[in-house]
Ligand binder design. Structure first.
Ligand code: ATP
Ligand code: MG
Length: 555
């Protein structure tokens, strides 16, 4: 991307360049470490683009590692969706995908090593008791009565934990560090807990599982990750990771924290996204209103637009909130360059061109994308009866600045003729049922000699050639800027009841009948639309509105 070359280096790039220059590393290895307990969201996309992007930029590699240490929440369905999403974003991981569960033996041996060094012990207390002894940031914690067990006793008890002798919660393994440490994470943190649960990969091999803090950093070391990038919450965990690296004498991966991506009007916690799915507030993880990568894909976002967005929001050291409009801007900008323009009428009103021969059909040429000549042109059938948008007609022109159709007004039909409105029919309720107009035969687009000035241009579809389709219009899923930020109210209370409207019997130009899932278009004057990958049938596409157009056609 052009801008990427122009901007100055961000702090992580500076660190990497120094490390390469000083010879600390000959090349870099980064990793993307998702927990397979949900679908990836736009925040993960930022992390993916950062990790894979840095390796690309500096000629290194990136591992994809599933951080699967919690058997009760993880699932192969999530693993597969994550693989698909990372690939779709355009990235390739080094070798096979890796799993923290592949390292369970190594991690177990690490724990044994700590016990042998007198740096870990088995605690018989309950989670509540342990928590009550933690102290506060200003007061030291209390040492466990089991803290001074002998190495032999700890080895035996830990072995018994592993072989299934104890119930869940009966015992845990803790690091023996310092109960008075100013950093709460250093006050004898838990390393292993008992869970009699089947794991999505290791089945019933294990009934003890490492805590995240004993798995994540160690897995980085096992893979010799040079730069381990994570979000700011983990800054306070770093002293513990470094303590483990020192005492286990393992590869010293360097952890660097950056600010997570936050978007307004958006929820970005997998747990909360899961509850939207479970409570059926949305149509699955890939609902086009979801901030998930699969939702954005179904909505019509392109990988390039998401990569550009991630690049542009930049890398910060302080948390901030990005306007979701900026994400929309990125996709609009990309689709403006690549999307073919087509004609579609969402709220049809019949227009009869009284002086056009009945039965006559003319094929009119129209260009596919004014932004890109190489996309060529196509022919559209034009006939006496056309569908136009209801919004493009008024019974009376409201003033001089009105550029659409009303009795006595002239407009250009896009890529066709100038017409002048002669009148309309209405029903007993005053609803307009048909509009009548005359066309000016010498005003054809491209060879207009009529001298008539039409102030506006409107789109249309020939009635006899149109095909009917369902179009889904989306609005923000939440109508509050910070749905998660209210003390006394649940984020669910801020769901926007109008976030989806399904419009049936839209009139589309005939060529669109063969559009395939994922195909994207600009419906002229209406927005960008993409063929839904769930509800479309062959020959019967359903369209999702990806994003509205910023402007209609300006004169
Ligand atoms: P969530 O809080 O949404 O459940 P998580 O951090 O628990 O996300 P992980 O699967 O552990 O989810 O995340 C994988 C990687 O993605 C981590 O390195 C994490 O730091 C990063 N990540 C998660 N959310 C964001 C975000 N909003 N912005 C940037 N990176 C993120
Ligand atoms: Mg996490």
């Amino acid at each position: 991307m052009e801008e990427a070359k122009e901007r100055s280096l961000h702090f992580i790039e500076q660190i990497i360049e120094e490390d390469l220059k000083s010879g600390k590393h000959a090349s870099i290895i980064t990793r993307f470490p998702p927990e397979p307990n949900g679908f990836l969201h736009i925040g993960h996309a930022k992390s993916i683009c950062l990790n894979f992007g840095l390796a690309q930029k500096y000629g290194g590699v990136t591992n994809l590692r599933f951080d699967d240490t919690n058997p009760t929440k993880e699932d192969t369905v999530y693993v597969n969706s994550i693989l698909e999403d990372v690939k779709w974003l355009g990235f390739e991981w080094e070798g096979e995908p890796r799993f923290t569960s592949d390292y369970f033996d190594i991690l177990y041996n690490f724990a044994v090593k700590l016990i042998q060094k007198g740096l870990a012990y088995v605690d018989d207390q309950s989670a509540e008791e342990i928590a009550s002894q933690k102290g506060t940031p200003t007061e030291p914690g209390k040492e466990s009565p089991f803290r001074n067990r002998t190495v032999e006793e700890n080895l035996e008890l830990f072995g018994d934990m592993k072989s299934g002798k104890y119930r869940e919660g009966e015992k845990v393994l803790r690091a023996k560090i310092d109960m008075a440490h100013s950093n709460m994470h250093m006050r004898d943190p838990l390393l292993y807990r008992i869970k009699h649960a089947a794991h999505h990969r290791t089945g019933n091999d294990w009934c003890i599982y490492p805590m995240y803090d004993f798995a994540h950093g160690q897995s980085d070391s096992i893979e010799e990750i040079t730069h381990s990038l994570c979000t700011l919450e983990f800054e306070v965990h770093r002293p513990l990771y470094n303590w483990l690296i020192e005492h286990l004498e393992i590869y010293p991966s360097r952890q660097i924290e950056f600010a997570r991506l936050n978007l307004n009007y958006t929820i970005m916690s997998k747990r909360k996204l899961l509850s939207l799915v479970e409570q059926k507030a949305v149509d699955g993880w890939d609902d086009p209103r979801m901030p998930t990568i699969s939702g954005l894909r179904r909505r019509g976002y392109t990988p390039e637009s998401i990569r550009n967005f991630s690049e542009r929001v930049g890398i910060a050291k302080r948390n901030n909130v990005i306007d979701v409009g900026f994400l929309e801007f990125s996709v609009r900008e990309h689709l403006n360059r690549i999307a073919p323009r087509v004609m579609a009428v969402l709220n049809p009103l019949r227009l009869v061109i009284s002086n056009y021969d009945e039965g006559k059909v003319e094929m009119l040429e129209t260009i596919n994308n004014p932004e890109d000549e190489s996309m060529g042109s196509r022919e559209l059938p034009f006939s006496r009866e056309l569908w136009i948008e209801q919004d493009d007609f008024m019974k009376e022109a409201p003033g001089k600045k009105y550029f659409r159709l009303a009795p006595g007004c002239s407009v250009r039909l896009k890529s066709a003729y100038i017409i002048t409105c002669d009148g309309f029919d209405e029903d007993e309720n005053g609803n307009v049922t048909t509009v009548y107009a005359s066309y000016h035969a010498d005003s054809k687009s491209g060879s207009d000699t009529s001298g008539i000035k039409a102030k506006g241009t409107i789109h249309w579809v020939s009635c006899q050639h149109a095909f009917d389709a369902e179009v889904r219009l989306y609005d923000r899923l939440f109508n509050d800027e910070n749905p998660d930020g209210h003390k006394d109210r649940e984020f669910m209370e801020f769901l926007n009841p109008d976030s989806l409207s399904i419009v049936q019997n839209c009139k589309l130009e005939p060529g669109l009948a063969s559009a395939k899932p994922g195909d994207g278009f600009q419906f002229q004057r209406l927005g960008y639309f993409s063929v839904d990958n769930k509800y479309s049938l062959p020959g019967k596409p359903v369209f999702n509105r990806t994003v509205t157009l910023k402007d209609g056609w300006k004169k």
